[in-house]
Design a protein around this ligand. Structure first.
Ligand code: ADP
Ligand code: MG
Length: 713
């Protein structure tokens, strides 16, 4: 490892002159494809070993070069028209002497006489070894992405490759190498092994080359042959962009405190007429007793829902932290400009009818963007349903929202339904802190909000529903920071092409390629949810229970089958059944009915009552090997368990409950949830929640310990 680190830091700087020269030449010839010898010259300049890059124009020259570099040699055709050389007979391998080189050269020159060729590349024949592939492609959302995998048939048939969004550090290069299925082949089998340190150095140099040259659109080293000591790049191609697409500059980070905790809110488009959206939004602000001073604006009203109304913003003397705009699309640009002129710090544009409807709407959005830029004002939306902050009693939703508890979950949603309809149901079993709907994101986007939630002390867990990601690189950068402190769960829709179409017509956005999404989320430490239920199931676990300190679980069940199902899922996800210490086993046997054999899962076979359950859990609490609990409760008598469960001192160990068919015992379920016990209708989900939490705890240092202490009481 030390040698690798040393090598990484002493790697030579890329030569800008050579780069400019080669790219300049390609450009002059209107090529976007850098030929193999050109690529290899560039690589050699970075101290990357290749099989060589000399080019012969005649058979004589080919022989002369061969004599110089030594046999056996390889000949390859050099032409911008021949990208895949061996497919068109442009590669001659293992030529042992001058005679074979001469005749092969003559053959090749004849065979390619109608093709615009630069000549024949004459290079050393590399010895056999383990072939790998290194590639780079540029994702429209996330920028340059590095690919690594085993070469040859492994990449073609097995697709055994892995990706990372660049830049990456040494540790990530390590995991990249280790996570391909063929890793054992690299690490060594039957005496063969690969010099992993030099391979890491190569990956590092390639990622640097690509980061330093934004013109590189695609790069392919295929194959690189690896040996026990070093490697050699056998084939290389690079595609450059004709125009340089520089990486987007890191956007300045705005402080969004006053956006989420405003002292004053104006609502342009407030209404006193039931059924209008402007009525709903103002009703929510008033009924939840928003902590901001409220200014409803409507030229036709003096009083709205009991609050003094204003004809226009100019009549208000107070300064405005948040101005909500909810007027027809055609009137929105003027309303936004009025807010800016008034000096409103932030604008929430809840009006719809913009990019989600087509070209005209997109133009209107651009117009608004221009206004915001002119005044330096930040805006959310349009086509959003506003922001909720229960810790500020602030509800800006377009749909009427009933009482909300003050919770520790943050939610970023690219759809309004999360701030009303879905929330209407979820509020019974989980409490949110901040819900921000982002709509068409003409200015403020998911990353801005994520950054704020990462720093907001009221938020411990973050959920995101996204249809597209605005600025992938910044998103990854911020998410990496946030997930170190707070578990972050994402539901990303638009995975399939059909889904993408649905997304386009919905919020006027294109979804990125899903493999890259997966990589981006994994690299950022984000947990990816399968669907809404899954996202909120995981969020409830994180929000209500502490992280398990070890992977030993005590499963307590009233019926065997559900205990088995929980156990299977635990083992499939890196968890295990914990082992009670001998004296604890004795203690447990004393309370169990005689016929119960297994001590984990503890299967009470329809006789479990609250007192026994409590004693069983307390035995688990005393065991060093038990880090968490799954309890399968009998739905018919769920009521009888709540108060005992509440009284147990869990000493910081999490507990998940499984209540089969829970939807038919919702009163008791809601009571349990309100007491802080996540309830799942299937044991697999209870087990999965524990596994996900445990994994999160092992990958993130102790940086979220404040949350843990709070929950452990
Ligand atoms: P292309 O990918 O354009 O068809 P390559 O340069 O990759 O052309 O050559 C095709 C294959 O020939 C390589 O995958 C490798 O197996 C073999 N090969 C090419 N050059 C060499 C070399 N210098 N030494 C050993 N094998 C080579
Ligand atoms: Mg190749």
């Amino acid at each position: 490892m030390e040698t690798a680190t040393h090598a990484l830091h002493t790697s030579s700087e890329p030569s800008y002159n050579l780069w400019d020269e080669i790219v300049g030449e390609a450009r002059a010839e209107k090529r976007t494809y850098l030929l193999e010898p050109e690529c290899k010259r560039l690589l050699e300049e970075l101290n990357i070993q290749t099989t060589g890059y000399e080019v012969a124009r005649t058979a004589q020259e080919a022989v002369a070069i061969s004599e110089n570099i030594g046999y056996p040699v390889v000949l390859k055709i050099v032409s911008e028209e021949v990208v895949h050389k061996s497919d068109s007979g442009g590669v001659r391998l293992n030529l042992p002497d001058a005679a074979s080189v001469r005749s092969a050269s003559i053959d090749m020159l004849e065979a390619f006489k109608d093709v615009n060729i630069k000549g024949i590349s004459v290079q050393t024949m590399a010895k056999p070894g383990t072939e790998v592939i290194i590639g780079v492609t540029r994702d429209p959302i996330f920028g340059p992405v590095l690919m690594f995998g085993l070469g040859g048939i492994f990449v073609e048939v097995m697709k055994d490759v892995t990706f990372r969004i660049l830049p990456i550090d040494e540790q990530e290069i390590d995991t990249m190498i280790q996570e391909i299925k063929g890793y054992p082949l690299l690490r060594g089998y039957r005496g063969h092994s690969v010099d992993l340190d030099s391979l890491k150095t190569l990956l590092h140099k390639i990622s640097r080359l690509v980061m330093e040259h934004p013109q590189i659109r695609e790069l392919d080293l295929n194959p690189v042959i690896c040996y026990p000591d070093g490697y050699v790049v056998v084939d290389a191609r690079i595609f450059v962009d004709s125009k340089v697409s520089s990486l987007p500059a890191a956007q300045k980070r705005t402080d969004f405190h006053d956006f989420f905790y405003p002292k004053s809110i104006a609502l342009i488009g407030a209404s006193d007429t039931k059924g209008k959206l402007g009525y709903n939004v103002f009703n929510n602000l008033v009924n939840h007793h928003c902590k901001a001073r409220l200014y409803p604006i409507n030229p036709k009203c003096d009083v709205i829902q009991g609050v003094k109304a204003y004809k226009s913003l100019t009549e208000i003397e107070d300064s405005i932290d948040v101005a909500i705009v909810l007027v027809p699309a055609s009137a929105t640009p003027a309303a936004v400009e009025e807010c800016c002129r008034k000096g409103a710090k932030h604008i929430v544009i809840e009006s719809a009818g913009f990019a989600e409807l087509g070209e005209e709407g997109r133009r209107a959005q651009e117009q608004i963007k221009g206004v915001l830029k002119k005044y330096g004002c930040r805006a959310l939306g349009p086509n959003c349903a506003g922001v909720i902050n229960t810790h500020h009693n602030m509800v800006q939703s377009i749909g009427i929202v009933k009482e909300l508890g003050k919770g520790n979950i943050g939610l970023i949603a690219q759809a309004g339904v999360y701030a009303a309809g879905i929330l209407w149901g979820l509020r019974h079993i989980m409490d949110f802190g901040i819900v921000a709907t982002i709509g068409n994101k003409l200015d403020i986007n998911e990353t801005d909000i994520l950054h704020h939630l990462g720093n907001d002390d009221n938020i411990d867990v973050i959920c995101m529903y996204l249809e597209d990601i605005s600025s992938g690189r910044r998103f990854v950068e911020v998410a990496k920071e946030v997930t170190r402190k707070k578990p972050t769960i994402i539901l990303k829709s638009g995975r399939t092409d059909a889904g993408k179409k649905a997304v386009m017509s919905h919020t006027a956005s294109l979804a990125g390629d899903d493999t890259i999404n997966d990589i981006a989320f994994r690299q950022s430490g984000i947990i990816r949810a399968r669907n809404n239920d899954h996202m909120f199931d995981l969020a409830r676990a994180f929000a209500k229970q502490p992280i398990p300190a070890n992977n030993g679980v005590l499963v307590i069940t009233y019926t065997g089958s559900l205990g088995v199902a929980a156990t299977d899922t635990l083992y499939l996800n890196g968890m295990r059944l914990g082992e009670l210490e001998p004296e604890l086993k004795t203690r447990l046997r004393e309370i169990l009915p005689g016929y119960v054999q297994s001590l984990n899962p503890v299967d009470y076979s329809f006789t479990m009552n609250a007192a026994e359950l409590r004693k069983t859990i307390e035995i688990g609490v005393d065991s060093a090997d038990i880090g968490s609990f799954i309890v399968v409760c009998q739905t018919e008598i769920l009521d009888t368990f709540t108060s005992e469960l509440q009284q147990i001192d869990y000493k910081g160990k999490p507990i998940m409950t499984c209540v089969p068919c829970k939807e038919f015992a919702m009163d008791a379920v809601v009571r349990l949830e309100k007491l802080g016990f996540p309830v799942y209708s299937n044991p697999e989900m209870a087990a999965e929640a524990l596994s996900v939490m445990y994994r999160y705890g092992t990958t993130k240092e102790a940086q979220f310990s404040a949350v843990q202490q709070k929950k452990a009481g």
